[in-house]
Design a protein around this ligand. Sequence first.
Ligand code: FEO
Length: 164
Amino acid sequence: MISAKMQKALNKHLNEELFSSYLYLSMAAYFESKNLNGFANWMKLQSKEEYFHGLKFYDFLHQVGGRVTLSQISAPKTDWKNIKEVFTETLEHEKHITDLINKLVDLAILEKNHATNNFLQWFVNEQVEEVATAEDLVNKLEMIGDNKNGLFMLDRELGTRTAE
Ligand code: FEO
């Protein structure tokens, strides 16, 4: 069983993961509009990953006898200045999600809710990877700058990403 407070916090986070999915799908659509198909492929898969993160919260809430209540998903941004701005915002967003996960862990510890704490540890590890990946892409884009050949190569590289 989980407390009403924890149930509310987990439902709120479910919404955050679904918003992440929506945000990355919007970024994918932006890349599609610029014919950057490799970047679009990467973001579309990222969007799917976030949807599955949301489902993990959905399943866990049911497993512990909780109630899932879905709420409105905010509209994401639809336009960006350039490719680098998209990934800079991706990095910022992942840092924000990491903060939220850490706060959920703090609450689980406060409530001595070991099952929820254990469930959240998967996300603690996942966030290390998510932030590192976004950081790596921002660094690569900084190196490339406006070099068309570099952007072409990175687009091709990201186009090879497949679902895990
Ligand atoms: Fe599910 Fe990228 O955080």
